[in-house]
Write a protein that binds this ligand. Sequence first.
Ligand SMILES: C[S@@+](CC[C@H](N)C(=O)[O-])C[C@H]1O[C@@H](n2cnc3c(N)ncnc32)[C@H](O)[C@@H]1O
Length: 356
Amino acid sequence: MFFVSKRNRNQDLRTARCSKKDEFYTQLSDIEKELKHYRPHFKGKVVYCNCDDPRVSNFFHFFSFQFEKLGLKKLIATCYKNQDMDLFSRNDTERAIYLEYEGDRSGNRVPDPEEIGIKHLKGDGDFRSAETIELLKKADIVVTNPPFSLFREYVAQLVEYEKQFLIIGSVNAISYKKIFKLIKENRVWLGPSIHGGDREFGVPDDYPLKAARFRIDDQGRKYIRVKGVRWFTNLDFKECHEDLVLYKTYTPEAYPKYDNYDAIEVSKTKEIPEDYYGVMGVPITFLDKYNPEQYEILGITDSDNNSGLKTKKYTKGDVPNPGNLNHRAAIKIGNEYKATYARLLIRRRQASTTAS
Ligand SMILES: C[S@@+](CC[C@H](N)C(=O)[O-])C[C@H]1O[C@@H](n2cnc3c(N)ncnc32)[C@H](O)[C@@H]1O
């Protein structure tokens, strides 16, 4: 179903190579699994999918088919130039397209082509362009899988325009300074349907499938499995108010203190000692289970500035300054200081009622 225009093929391939890491197409089943947690938020709302070719996007598919069920007011979708994949026409233009759908008029409860008027944008549909920002201003909730490589800018824009959103990103984005700040301030959190493992995404026809985890279906469509993706949102859902149920109790032997932070190391979220009220370093995947009424987030031991320290072993005298949040937390093992992976620094709230 995906095909590349023969015209300007060499140029297309060059473009594709550059943007390859951004061309992943979300599966309908993943959208359905996440969206079922937020239904009441969508009633009477304008939804905007701003990195989505409406001719191929499963986000557009989902919202157009669920339009009446969700009680949406309007669905807007814009696509970016130079889409490699194109179902209905071969893209030979820098101009992008957009669409505004206002629901089923014919009464058959299906979005018909005449109800989905595809229009041209003046420019290339970049989410930062003036004309797409005008569409953003009309929207209440933005839902999409944006380009991973522009994730910081993408989220910053949503925050600037005070939009509600539900978007897919890499788990590594948690440690991006500006994203982490939003998480710490409880203005962004992770969605409930992906807590690990990998997810399958469609890729363009010319995608170099040397990757270990790829598949071609019986219609010749290509897919790869991508690890470490998460939903990022500022929409509330029931599960993010549920306490993490813990069973371990604290002992100084089982939970060593860092040598460069005043906190204990907890290498697995499920092993957080339920009776400990001091500062703890936990894996960033703790956020999959995070209930802000149960724990507060104080910091992160590493930021995107310093990801190169991942495997560094500190020698004595090389121990980073205590409290310097640009360093990874280190634990002394024998005569060496071993850096941990990036850790969230958290503390349990006193009022929490976690079952023991
Ligand atoms: C990870 S893909 C996801 C596509 C689609 N949202 C989905 O989930 O199936 C990100 C999409 O963003 C588009 N894109 C890249 N840069 C963009 C930009 N500056 N503005 C808008 N879209 C962009 C890419 O062409 C790509 O199709």
